[in-house]
Design a binder for this molecule. Structure first.
Ligand SMILES: Nc1ncnc2c1ncn2[C@@H]1O[C@H](COP(=O)(O)OP(=O)(O)OP(=O)(O)O)[C@@H](O)[C@H]1O
Length: 529
């Protein structure tokens, strides 16, 4: 027998039968060949390594107390080939009874050497008891912690106790003691973790700490964008420890601390609906539909000008060099480098080339800047975006006709074709500068200030029924003041935990592809049983 092959009695959760089986540890999967019945046909079960989240050894009662010859392999199995179907993933086990303890030990050691078993790491779980409809604690207790129990990972759990507590935790956590910060909540708490890490004096080290999410909020857009649609897959992802680079946007306003975003920035209808949906939190994910519908029938148009910087690959080097601030050495950088901070000066009326104004847009009914394919768990916007391609995608519209706006949201919410309707225009960009016509804190009328009277109070503006209110600036579901704002992209700034099989069809990621193939083959083998 080759060193990667073993004999054991095998049985599976939910099946009574125990068979004498031949096990083989391959490049990407454990294969179990077991006789099916009296006719000596064999059945083959495959357990992809990317689905194994732990193991335990125990003593088999029949062979005596001195023998630790039983190995229970814990893994996630899928009932169908759609790895994004939330109900397809289940936890299960394979029980392997070896003749001798040495055989069990050798099996574990070989599996470890081949990367079949999770590598020990230290995890800090941040659980928001108020996230979504308050289910995060239950998810942590019934799914996350039980799965972590056999993983070999060291786990600390902390509840967030107040709004923005996760910022405080991430800005102070001892990075020598934690390998990954994992949020059991929604996008809001992950946004806070990113902002906490990037606000640290040692941000250049902190940004390399991997971050992860177990979706337990109501939007869960980032998890859905990563293909993490169930809590089982999310916890498996945390345990396996595979990471991908994540682009981050920075949002700068004069005399205010920088804000960092991993997901989206919006202004107009979607921002209004997202923030206003907070009053319907008890509805769960449906809150976005209800708030969205109300906002669509009472649509607003906000005045403003938006300037766009082309993405790096479209820029002509001779026109950009003069814009760059001198590069600082990493040890002196107090925060991720910003190249166009000087554009926040309100004396600069027109940012110089290669910036350009979005033409013929005196007002916006919606504006959305996206880093990921999903804007919510159930709103799959487009598959043309990568969260690590170094590009921002901007969608905008001045449309105000109710039916025009409603159609894509009714028919295309989940098929990624929303952007194909003739509603929004889109642009690839490396940065944007937004100059709203009215500034202020959206919820405090005493702060509202008309900055550009021509755009807001002129008779032409009045004739177009332009809203004389700043509107909401929404970043990852949180409100920021409405003011002149510079948004820049920082390509691959952070590392996010992703399923090992996360792969886009046109990416040349052969390892991820191999993992995906292994999982699909395992599902097919399972279905033949
Ligand atoms: N103990 C707490 N009490 C009150 N608010 C909290 C507490 N812990 C965290 N928060 C706040 O809860 C807010 C919502 O959290 P989160 O965004 O994770 O959930 P969600 O809004 O349901 O999900 P999503 O953003 O995906 O829609 C965050 O702004 C966070 O600051």
């Amino acid at each position: 027998m080759s060193p990667n092959q073993f004999q054991a009695k095998a049985s599976f959760a939910g099946h009574q039968r125990v068979s004498d089986a031949r096990l083989s540890l391959g490049t990407h999967e454990l294969t179990i060949h077991a006789p099916k019945g009296s006719d000596n046909n064999t059945t083959t079960i495959q357990v992809p390594y990317s689905c194994i989240y732990g193991y335990e050894t125990s003593t088999d009662k029949a062979t005596g107390e001195n023998y630790k010859n039983k190995v229970i392999v814990h893994y996630v199995a899928f009932s169908g080939p759609d790895l994004r179907n939330p109900s397809a993933a289940k936890r299960t086990t394979a029980q392997l009874l070896f003749e001798r303890t040495e055989d069990a030990d050798r099996f574990i050691q070989t599996a470890r050497d081949l990367g079949a078993l999770p590598t020990p790491r230290r995890i800090l779980l941040l659980v928001n008891p108020n996230g979504g409809v308050g289910k995060a604690k239950r998810i942590s207790d019934t799914v996350v912690k039980p799965m972590l129990q056999h993983s070999g990972l060291t786990v600390k759990e902390q509840y967030t106790e107040y709004g923005r507590h996760a910022v405080d935790i991430a800005s102070k956590v001892n990075l020598d003691e934690v390998d990954s910060l994992v949020v059991v909540s929604g996008d809001g708490v992950l946004h806070e973790v990113i902002n906490g890490l990037l606000s640290r004096p040692d941000w250049d080290r902190a940004r390399k700490t991997s971050i992860g999410i177990v979706p337990a909020g109501s939007g869960n857009a980032i998890a859905a964008s990563l293909g993490i649609v169930s809590q089982f897959v999310a916890t498996l992802t945390v345990i396996r420890g595979e990471t991908s680079k994540l682009d981050i946007f920075s949002l700068s306003q004069l005399n205010r601390p920088k804000i960092y975003s991993m997901l989206s920035f919006s202004w107009g209808m979607m921002a209004d609906a997202d923030i206003e949906s907070d009053s319907y939190r008890w509805l769960g994910p449906l809150r976005f539909d209800v708030a969205g519908f109300i906002r669509m029938i009472r649509l607003r148009r906000y005045p403003g000008k938006v300037y766009v910087l082309p993405p790096k690959h479209q820029q002509n080097p001779s026109t950009t060099e003069q814009q760059l601030t001198p590069p600082q050495s990493p040890s002196h950088k107090r925060e991720p480098e910003s190249q166009f901070q000087h554009l926040l000066d309100s004396n600069i009326k027109e940012p110089p080339k290669p910036w350009s104004l979005i033409p013929n847009m005196p007002f916006y009914s919606m504006l959305l800047l996206l880093n990921c394919p999903n804007v919510g768990e159930t709103i799959f916007f487009t598959d043309t975006i990568r969260f690590n391609d170094g590009i921002m995608r901007l969608w905008y519209s001045a449309e105000t006709r109710f039916w025009k706006i409603l159609m894509p949201f009714i028919f295309d919410q989940q098929n990624g074709k929303m952007v194909e309707r003739d509603l929004m225009k889109d642009l690839e960009c490396g940065g944007i500068l937004i100059i709203p016509g009215v500034e202020g804190k959206p919820d405090d009328p005493s702060t509202h200030k008309v900055i550009e009277p021509d755009w807001v109070t002129s008779s032409a503006a009045k004739a177009q029924n332009i809203y004389q209110n700043p509107g909401l600036f929404d970043v990852d579901g949180e409100v920021m003041p409405t003011a002149r704002t510079l948004i820049e992209i920082h390509p691959s700034l952070m590392n996010i935990l992703v399923p090992e099989w996360l792969y886009h069809k046109d990416d040349d990621n052969t390892t991820a592809r191999a993992h995906e193939v292994a999982v699909i083959q395992a599902i097919k083998a399972q279905q033949k049983l």
